[in-house]
Structure formats: structure tokens, C-alpha cells
Design a protein around this ligand. Structure first.
Ligand code: IMP
Length: 198
């Protein structure tokens, strides 16, 4: 396994790192920000997920010199006009507090009937390699449930039921099942297809 190529994934999110290692682990040794000794909180100030993905990848390239990729994800709920979108991580007012984020979504949607609870996750991945930037995108459509179901996954997984599934939320699926249809799984598939062409 030592001859796998190294690639930096500009994240310290253990769940995402684990997902990416499951998907790309055969081909690449995926390094986290901690693995390259980057402990800064890289500011995500762009108005959209593509811009935020680019900021993080450019930061790592500029300060650490590694080729790398970074991702940014938003949950876009139609009944909330596309929110939380770029605010997904801090929608409830506290960064990375998923319980508050979910509570706010459920509260705002308390009166919305199931047929209008449509939503999608969108992931943008920015790869910087050999001085060039490449963008990849993945999307999954589904519904926001009225209460939490399941304990796996992270973020909004327990209230998101993908259309392509069998009625379970992402939080009720195994990592493999989620990766096969998820926003990030699809964006990463586009990334790895690109890397394999080389
Ligand atoms: P990030 O840009 O990937 O860090 O995602 C921003 C926020 O979106 C996270 O803090 C989570 O709340 C949510 N999120 C991202 N990916 C997922 C996922 O796969 N399932 C559920 N929530 C997610």
C-alpha cells in the first residue's frame, strides 16, 4: 500500500475523511490538514459553495505547496428559498452544531407538507494540480422529514431521505450505501474519474 500516491484533502472533518478514504483509498493515500500540520481555520467567505471550495484548495497550495482538493457542501431546501445553502454548517447560529441546525430547519418547516419538503445536497470539489484548477460537482435530491431517523452519518443526514433510496434517511444507511448515491460520492466519482484519465 506504500506506493499509493499522496493527495491532500483540505479538511479535518473525520467523517468526511473516512468517507473519502473509503472511496479513494485503493488509489490514493488521502492526507488531512492535520496530517500536513495545517491547523489554521481557513475562512470560508465566498457567496457560494464553488467559491468556498476554491478558497480552501488555493490556501493549501499557496501556504503548504501541496497539490490538493477541497470540498464544500450545501443543503438547499426549496421551501426555504434554497437555505441553508452556503450557511449549512452554521444555520442554527453555532458553527458545526448539527443538532441546532436540524432544530432550526424542522422549526421553520413545521407547517410544510411532505410534497413541498423537497431539497438537495450539492457538493463542489476544487482540485488544484500541476498549477491548474478543476471543478467537480455532485448532487442528490430528496425530502426533509419532520423528525430525525437514524443515528449514522453526520450533519443533516437524519432528516434527509434521498429519492433514489428505499425510504431510509442517510443516517439509516451504511457508509457504502450513502456514498453510492450521495452528493459527495458523486462529486468524488467525477474527481477520481478525472484523476484516472491521467
Ligand atoms: P461542508 O462544506 O462539507 O463542511 O458542509 C457544510 C455543512 O453541510 C456541514 O457542516 C453539515 O452540516 C452539512 N453537510 C455536508 N455534507 C453533509 C452530508 O453528507 N450529510 C449531511 N449533512 C452534510
Amino acid at each position: 500500500m506504500t506506493d499509493r500516491k499522496k493527495i491532500v484533502f483540505a479538511t479535518n472533518n473525520a467523517h468526511k475523511l473516512e468517507e473519502l478514504r473509503q472511496i479513494m483509498g485503493d488509489q490514493y493515500q488521502v492526507l488531512s490538514l492535520a496530517d500536513i500540520n495545517c491547523h489554521e481555520d481557513i475562512p470560508e467567505t465566498a457567496p457560494n459553495i464553488e467559491g468556498n471550495a476554491r478558497i480552501k484548495a488555493e490556501y493549501v497550495k499557496q501556504h503548504y505547496g501541496y497539490d490538493c482538493f477541497s470540498d464544500d457542501t450545501g443543503l438547499e431546501i426549496d421551501a426555504l428559498g434554497g437555505e441553508p445553502g452556503v450557511m449549512s454548517a452554521r444555520y442554527g447560529g453555532v458553527a458545526h452544531d448539527s443538532e441546532r441546525n436540524i432544530d432550526k430547519v424542522l422549526r421553520l418547516m413545521a407547517d410544510v407538507p411532505l410534497e413541498r419538503r423537497t431539497a438537495h445536497f450539492r457538493t463542489a470539489i476544487c482540485l488544484i494540480r500541476d498549477g491548474e484548477e478543476h471543478l467537480f460537482e455532485g448532487r442528490v435530491d430528496g425530502h426533509i422529514l419532520t423528525e430525525r431517523h437514524g443515528t449514522g452519518g453526520f450533519g443533516y443526514d437524519s432528516i434527509f431521505r434521498p429519492i433514489e433510496g428505499d425510504g431510509r434517511t442517510f443516517a439509516q444507511m451504511s457508509g457504502e450505501e450513502k456514498n453510492a448515491i450521495s452528493h459527495r460520492g458523486r462529486a468524488v466519482a467525477a474527481l477520481t474519474a478525472f484523476l484516472r484519465q491521467e
